[in-house]
Write a protein that binds this ligand. Structure first.
Ligand SMILES: *Cc1c(COP(=O)(O)O)cnc(C)c1O
Length: 410
């Protein structure tokens, strides 16, 4: 590496982070490991180029090759998701959502979105966000069975007359009823949008049904289960295409990050391969084993079960350990997760009742049902012995040993 001689401090941090990723068990549900090919494209000379505009219609010259990679990314995304129109320029998931809001809403318009503590995402109108200062968000919740309360959603839609009905989540673990969203929206004349950030890879790998045909607009991140570079993407039906493209540029962003788009094209190329289907199906299998094992150890899961790549565990009511304590105990044994609110959490966001655990990253490393069983047992032992440093140290050694057997993608 050139950095080694030029900048020893940054070099040391890269070496340290590589070791941390190699020796740690990454179970944050939104994280993954990209392939060396994706990393190569990210570090390519495309980072030097300004390409405001879209393929064939740029503001600066010299776009022969930027047009090639952006068109490849768009065409591959269309093929994977069956989308009518794709914009691959959003810098990340939150900007993608803001861009859609600004394309189709006027300040003050009403949006129905999922409550954060019920699995929704900050960018779906949480009061702390800019979007919530501009638009009027009303939040729907899940029912006691752990499913979205569609009857309540319909009642809210009729009462609130939203311009947009928003589906999407970052901690919800159940399959959505796409048709129901469509039916409710049709009744009240609302536009439908699904933010598939967490599950894009599961959809691409055909492990869960594709919602793109059902929704007017679909946004996503590209770096979670889809296993691409950090970025965002907007897919939509043709009638929304022009407004969305304009809302992105010149409305919200300037020059696209072409090195990211080149890397996205590479990642989408990987997602088109048969091996990606195997990967996506294995994620579902691994999450199911995690669910069943944790239940066996007496853990209560928010939403009852999982249909995707993660579980939301109510550690506080299961074991009397808070989300913060559980996260810390797992951190000590080298398993990285995040504390998370559970529906209508009686505790506070900085020390909630739950932890969210996801399997996409460990599945990329090749871990299967057998390893997930062992990991589940370690998770149980760490949480129930969260104050016993001796037990935690012993478990940490076991985690490192297992990680050594499953290297990062090479
Ligand atoms: C992760 C996530 C985002 C935000 O993506 P960033 O790239 O961090 O901006 C938006 N929506 C959902 C549902 C997410 O899970």
């Amino acid at each position: 590496m050139k950095i080694k001689n030029q900048d020893s401090k940054v070099y040391a941090a890269i070496v340290g982070e590589t070791k941390r990723q190699q020796e740690g068990m990454e179970m944050i549900a939104s994280e993954n490991y990209v392939s060396p090919a994706v990393l190569e494209a990210l570090g390519s000379v495309f980072t030097n180029k300004y390409s405001e505009g879209y393929p064939g219609k740029r503001y600066y010259g010299g776009q022969t090759y930027t047009d090639v990679v952006e068109t490849l990314a768009i065409e591959r995304a269309k093929k994977i998701f069956g989308a009518e129109h794709v914009n691959v320029q959003p810098l990340s998931g939150c900007p993608a959502n803001m861009i859609v809001y600004s394309a189709i809403l006027k300040p003050g318009d009403t949006v129905l979105g999922m409550d954060l503590s019920h699995g929704g995402h900050l960018s779906h109108g949480h009061p702390v966000t800019l979007a919530a200062k501009i638009y009027r968000f009303v939040r729907y919740k899940t029912n006691a069975l752990g499913e979205i309360d569609y009857d309540e959603l319909e009642k809210m839609a009729i009462a609130e007359k939203p311009k947009l009905i928003l589906a999407g989540f970052s901690a919800y673990t159940r399959q959505l009823d796409y048709q129901k969203f469509q039916d409710i929206a049709k009744k009240v004349g609302a536009i439908t949008m699904f933010d598939i950030a967490h599950i894009a890879g599961l959809i691409a790998g055909k492990a869960i049904p594709n919602p793109v045909p059902y929704f007017d607009i679909v946004t996503t991140t590209t770096h979670k289960t889809l296993r691409g570079p950090r970025g965002g993407m907007i897919m939509c039906k043709q009638p929304f295409a022009e407004a969305i493209d304009k809302a992105l540029f010149p409305g919200f962003q300037g020059g696209p990050h072409m090195n990211n788009i080149a890397a996205l094209a590479v990642a989408l190329g990987e997602a088109l391969k048969p091996s990606f289907k195997v990967y996506a199906k294995q994620i579902i299998k691994n999450a199911k084993v995690l669910e069943q094992e944790l239940k066996k150890y007496g853990f209560k899961l928010a939403f009852g079960k999982t249909d995707n790549h993660m579980v939301l565990v109510d550690v506080f009511s299961s074991k009397g350990v808070t989300g913060k304590e559980a996260e810390k105990a797992l951190d000590k044994i080298g398993i990285t997760v995040n504390k998370n609110m559970i529906p209508d959490d009686p505790r506070k966001p900085f020390d909630p009742s739950g932890i969210r655990i996801g399997v996409p990253a460990i599945t990329t490393r090749g871990m299967k049902e057998k390893e997930v069983k062992i990991i589940s047992s370690w998770i149980n032992q760490a949480i129930t012995n969260h104050t016993n440093e001796k037990v935690l140290a012993k478990l940490h050694n076991e985690v490192i040993k297992l990680c050594k057997r499953f290297p990062l993608p090479k």
